[in-house]
Write a protein that binds this ligand. Structure first.
Ligand code: HEM
Ligand code: CU
Length: 611
């Protein structure tokens, strides 16, 4: 990828450990996310095996609770979000014509905090028991859970969450400050827009999680009583704090997918996105309303009819901007020359799948009816429809779409179609039937069920569907491994519209030899139609200033992780040592002069094949 003087001397491993290049960081987020997706998927399969027949003895109740908690927590925080962060890191700076994100060093720190946070959470399984209080960790279930499991949850998420918050601020500053000349906000590609709004949501939502986790830590480790009713604490307060974070979190997981689908649908329909500005404003409105509805998770807690009614109406209001988006995607497809690539198949399958999840969402929002649905498999079906039919389909679509740009080869389309159809059928087989399981009364979060309640057949079918998804996922892994020879036509394989397709594949470490001049929405497409197909330069060819890599972010993250272990085991000395390491590394970062390095013009010309 790079042939600069500064990085050619390093070993490959050292290069990846110290890199501050947004593209390499994006790739590491992507593979980290894929790794945790596999782990959480295995946890899901174990649960589905246990639920395949009534009164199965495959997993004990405690083990089931631990797998349930780890599956949910891992999928949300360590798989879905990092996979999106992978795309955001890799693609967003390219889409706005920037050389990197605003703070490359912080970007690397965010990555390592995610990785260390994921390790902390998962080490719990080897250290005497995983957390068992569900991904929501409601008090008093979490505050009274014995062992250290929930402490691992608290500290793992605290470390990973700090990284997420930093990265979000980094993305915001990048988008506000580093757009190429001519790239006004209303010319930004939709994926960049959704990255922007998602980062805003993270900025306002994650602090609530931080506080919730901090209070849990106080209660569990330091003898606090925030959620101890006997001492005058309040457990419902925990639910409010959690969902003030938790509901925006589900939009953090879906908005980037909306962005990916917008790019893919307009590319493969060969049309400009229908209603671009309506799409942008719908994204903002969804982001804003996302903060107004958190208590719809608490209808049955006893808030009373007035609060329930207000939160019910606010929730239903979100269907309006979401509906605007659905219609705009359909109208983009309308009359388009549609090519059914794997990426586009996922985008097309997303529309009905996600709408189904949205419809059950509105049903759940009817607070009176929710007394019936609450804590049943109806809820499990609902959120897997939005989270798989929305977020995971978006991740898979983005994977097939951007793979040539990220890795320099194309995934096989024919094997990809097998993967798509098996996954789609497996997904609906697993989760559609769970709506009915819920309606006839099967509660969620239970390790088993009795024979003769009418649950047997539907659970069996559901588990079969899960196996189909697992087979499909294996096909994806095979595809990644065997497609490596498809290195032809990778620079702009889909006849792209946005700037990332104007770069070479693989992308040079400085992204653009000369910062491009943006003349319209869909910047590259405009040049293909009205110019010579190449971006015009906004600056003369000159040497390029690049930041140096650094090993410090890993040690800053390591120090915080050591301190986190100190908290888990109440060892003051370890807390002190970990924080000392972190602050020492930050001190070094502050006093060390590092002016980066320059790539000379001769080398840029050589990369362009001109020298
Ligand atoms: C890929 C196939 C998947 C299967 C077969 C699956 C299966 C399951 C099962 C069996 C449960 C437990 C239900 C219960 O006992 O109440 C569950 C819960 C959950 N799943 Fe999945 N899941 C899958 C994918 C995902 C994905 C991709 C995500 C998120 C990105 C996700 C997020 C969750 C969450 C948040 C819970 C709730 C955990 C809790 O109640 O604390 N799942 N899933
Ligand atoms: Cu919600």
């Amino acid at each position: 990828m790079s042939n600069s003087t500064a990085s050619s001397k390093k070993s490959v491993l050292w290069d990846w450990l110290t890199t501050v290049d947004h593209k390499k960081i994006g790739i590491m987020y992507f593979f980290g996310g894929l790794f945790f997706f596999t782990i959480a998927g295995i946890e899901a399969m174990l649960m589905r095996i246990q639920l395949m027949f009534p009164e199965m003895g495959f997993l004990g109740e405690q083990t089931y609770n631990e797998l349930l908690t780890m599956h949910g927590t891992t999928m949300l925080f360590l798989a879905a979000m990092p996979l999106f962060f992978g795309f955001m890191n890799f693609v967003m700076p390219l889409q706005i014509g920037a050389r990197d994100v605003a703070f490359p060093f912080i970007n690397s720190l965010g990555l390592w905090l995610f990785i260390f946070g994921g390790i902390i959470l998962n080490i719990s399984m080897l250290a005497g028991g995983a957390p068992d209080a569900g991904w929501t960790a409601y008090a008093p279930l979490s505050t009274t859970s014995p062992g250290n499991g929930v402490d691992f949850y608290v500290m793992g998420l605290q470390v990973a969450g700090a990284g997420t918050l930093m990265s979000a601020i980094n993305f915001l500053v990048t988008i506000v400050n580093m757009r190429a000349p001519g790239m006004s906000m209303m010319r930004m590609p939709l994926f960049t827009w959704t990255t922007f709004v998602t980062s805003m949501l993270i900025l306002f939502a994650f602090p609530a999680l931080t506080i919730g986790l901090l209070l849990l830590m106080m209660d569990r480790v330091f003898g606090g009583a925030f959620f101890d009713t006997a001492m005058g604490g309040n457990v419902v307060i925990y639910q409010h704090i959690f969902w003030i974070f938790g509901h925006p979190e589900v939009y953090i997981l879906i908005l980037p997918a909306f962005g990916i689908f917008s790019e893919i649908i307009s590319t493969f329909a060969k049309k400009r996105l229908f209603g671009y500005s309506a799409m942008v404003f719908a994204t903002m409105i969804i982001g804003f309303l996302g903060f107004m509805v958190w208590a719809h998770h608490m209808f049955t807690v006893g808030m009373g009819p007035v609060a329930n009614a207000i939160f019910a109406v606010a929730t239903m209001a979100i269907a309006v901007p979401t509906g605007i988006k659905i219609f705009n995607w359909l109208l983009t497809l309308w009359g388009g020359r549609i090519s059914f690539t794997v990426a586009n198949l996922f985008a097309l399958a997303f529309i009905p799948s996600f709408v189904l999840g949205g419809v059950t969402g509105v049903q759940l929002a009817m607070s009176a009816a929710d007394y019936q649905f609450h804590d049943t498999y109806f809820v499990v079906a609902h959120f897997h429809y939005v989270i798989i039919g929305g977020s995971v389909f978006g991740i898979f679509a983005g994977t097939f779409y951007w793979w040539p740009k990220m890795f320099g080869y194309r995934l096989s389309e024919s094997l990809g179609k097998w993967f798509f159809w098996l996954f789609l059928i497996g997904f609906h087989l697993t989760f559609f039937i769970q709506h009915f399981l819920g309606l006839i009364g099967m509660p969620r979060r239970v390790a088993s069920y009795l024979d003769g309640q009418g649950f047997n057949e539907m659970n069996f079918i559901s588990s079969m569907g899960a196996f189909l998804m697992a087979v499909a996922f294996i096909l994806l892994v095979i595809n990644v491994l065997i497609s490596r020879k498809n290195t032809d036509n990778v620079q702009d394989p889909w006849d792209g519209r946005t700037l990332e397709w104007a770069t070479t594949s693989p992308v040079q470490e400085y992204n653009f030899a000369q910062t491009p001049l943006i003349r319209d929405l869909d910047a590259l497409w405009y040049e293909k139609m009205s110019g010579n197909g190449k971006m015009k330069a906004a600056e003369p060819l000159d040497e390029i200033h690049m930041p140096n890599g650094s090993i410090l972010p890993i040690f800053i993250a390591l120090g915080l992780s050591i301190a986190a272990f100190g908290v888990i085991y109440s060892a003051w000395f370890v807390i002190g040592a970990g924080l000392l390491l972190t602050f020492a590394m930050m001190f070094i970062r502050s006093i060390k002069e590092d002016h980066g390095y320059h790539i000379p013009v001769s080398e840029i010309k050589k990369d362009k094949g001109e020298g």
